[in-house]
Structures are given as C-alpha cells and as structure tokens.
Design a protein around this ligand. Structure first.
Ligand code: IPE
Ligand code: IPE
Ligand code: MG
Ligand code: MG
Ligand code: MG
Length: 289
C-alpha cells in the first residue's frame, strides 16, 4: 500500500508541477507549491484510482481528477491552519504556509489552488466530452463550497466549545471532509456515465470521508506530533466538537468500525474488483498519521 501511494503521489505531483510550469515566474507560485509539495498521503487520489479501476476508467483521466482534488485539498489545509481557523503552525512535518510566507500570502495561495483545480478540469487537454466535464466541475464546486468544505469548516469553527448533538457533528464532518471523498468516489462514474452505481458510490464516498475524519480525530487524541507531522491533542484544547468529545474514544472507534462494515457490505457485489479500495479503507483505519 505504501508503495502504491508513493507511486500515485509521484504521478500526481508530476502532473501538478508540469501544469503549473507556465506560471513558474509568478509570485504566488512558491507558496502554492509549498502547500502542494511534497504533499501528504494522497489518499483521495488513491481512492479515485481504486474506483476508476473498478469501472475501467482511463488512467490519464483519473490522474487529472486526482490532481484537481489534491489542489483543493492543499488549499483547504492552508486555510485550515490559519490563525483565524485552527491556528496550526505545523503541517506535514514543516511550518504551515502562513508561518513560512505570512497570512495574506497563504490566503491568496490557497485561493489560487482552489481555482487551479477548476482550471485543470476545464482545460482543453482534459479529454472528456464537454457535458461530462461540466458535470464534474459542477459537482466539485458543490463539494468545495457552502454545502461542502467551506460550509463544513464554518460549522467546525462555530461549534467550538459548544455542546453539539451527534447529528450536527456528523453533518459537519460530512461537509468538511466527506464531500470531497464523495467526489473521489463518483467522479469516475460521472466519466463513465454510469448511473446504476452512482447512489451506492456516493454513499460509500461519504462514509469513507466520515471514517477518515473520525480516524483523524482519533489520531489527534492519541498520536504523537513527531509521527503525525501536525500538532496533536489540539482538538480538546480548542474545544472542537467531535465524535470523541461527545461519545468518548472507545465509542468513536466502534462507530468507525461500524462504518467500515457498512462500506464493505456495499462493496460485496464488486467482488475482487474492489480489493484495491478495500486495501485503502484498511489503510485509513490503521493509519498512524
Ligand atoms: C487532513 O487530511 C485533513 C482532514 C480532512 C482530516 P490528510 O490526512 O489526507 O492530509 P495529508 O494530505 O495526508 O497531509
Ligand atoms: C480539516 O479537519 C478538514 C478540512 C477540510 C481541511 P482538521 O482541522 O481536523 O484537519 P487537521 O487535523 O488540521 O489536518
Ligand atoms: Mg479544522
Ligand atoms: Mg486543523
Ligand atoms: Mg484533525
């Protein structure tokens, strides 16, 4: 799995670096690249490839989808670390973008990474038909904006130091994290015009996203800053509303395990074709960073 992630990471980074080459002399490129490279685990990219393999989508198409998702993910982390958000000074084992370049530059580099994602998908070199292209762009916009990452991040911040219900926490985590995973799981189906499996993979995507965020919260609770590459034990300090803060560590683990079983049930009919996706889900469960 580590090997596969490394390979995907290399390809996605190569694509992004190449894509940005025409802008190399521009001032915002250094902070943008700082937030993008070498980058994190590339779990979202791996999921795009895993689902793409199930439905036999061309690899170049998957690579472009992955590059656009990683650009949005990198933007979301740069902004997540800002003093007005989570105020984190360490990200992926190095100083956060705003620590290195200053706040206003980090905000603008984040904005530019967000728009880069849509530039990549709308580029003439992305060789899918226009109707599919516009569907992808439309869905990725929705996953990033007020009913996706941005809306979820708003809720995350507004729930700090408050007692919040289970349903509200789930809804917040689904938006801030789940929606981008949903995109990763349905984008290959949009490319294939596969309506039959759409709803099932939309649900799988949301559940993987939720699972991913719960494990992220567990890692914050138990992990070591040195291994994780970002400051841990911050959620309690900041009074973040998480499933752990509401139900406790053990119950959060149980909830995650339950989510995994539900995802596996949905994958059953895809037999061995879904083995790569199962491997990614196991990795998400077991990961230490
Ligand atoms: C961290 O995401 C932010 C969350 C949504 C929990 P990742 O854990 O995927 O971050 P990187 O890309 O590997 O650094
Ligand atoms: C961030 O969640 C989710 C995003 C959409 C960026 P966290 O705030 O828990 O992510 P980390 O722990 O800082 O990576
Ligand atoms: Mg946050
Ligand atoms: Mg954070
Ligand atoms: Mg976290």
């Amino acid at each position: 799995m580590e090997k596969k992630l490394k390979k995907i990471s290399k390809r996605v980074n190569f694509y992004l670096n190449n894509y940005l080459r025409k802008y190399d002399s521009k001032e915002l490129i250094p902070p943008m690249k700082y937030g993008l490279f070498p980058g994190g685990k590339k779990i979202r990219s791996k999921i795009i490839f895993d689902v793409g393999m199930i439905f036999k989508v061309e690899k170049t198409t998957l690579l472009i989808l992955a590059a656009s998702v990683e650009a949005i993910h990198a933007y979301s982390l740069i902004h997540d670390d800002l003093p007005c958000m989570d105020d984190d000074k360490l990200r992926r084992g190095k100083p956060s973008t705003h620590i290195k370049f200053g706040e206003s530059t980090a905000i603008l580099a984040g904005n530019s990474l967000l728009t880069t994602a849509f530039e990549i998908l709308s580029d003439n070199n992305f060789n899918v038909d226009d109707k599919i292209k516009s569907k992808l762009i439309n869905f990725l916009s929705r996953c990033s904006g007020l009913i996706g990452i941005a809306g979820g991040q708003y809720l995350d911040l507004s729930y700090e130091k408050k007692k919040v219900s289970f349903e509200k926490i789930l809804n917040m985590e689904l938006k801030k994290t789940g929606k981008l995973f949903e995109f990763c799981c349905v984008a290959p189906l949009i490319v294939k015009k596969n309506k039959k499996n759409y709803n099932s993979f939309a649900k799988i995507g949301k559940d993987i996203g939720l699972l991913f965020q719960i494990v992220d919260d567990l890692i914050d609770f138990k992990g070591k800053t040195k291994i994780v590459g970002k400051k841990t034990k911050k959620d309690i300090k900041q009074g973040k509303a998480t499933i752990i803060s509401l139900l406790g560590y053990e119950n959060a683990v149980k909830y995650a395990e339950n989510l995994k079983q539900n995802i596996y049930k949905k994958l059953r009919s895809h037999k061995n074709n879904a083995d790569d996706l199962r491997e990614t889900i196991e990795f998400i469960m077991e990961r230490k960073k």
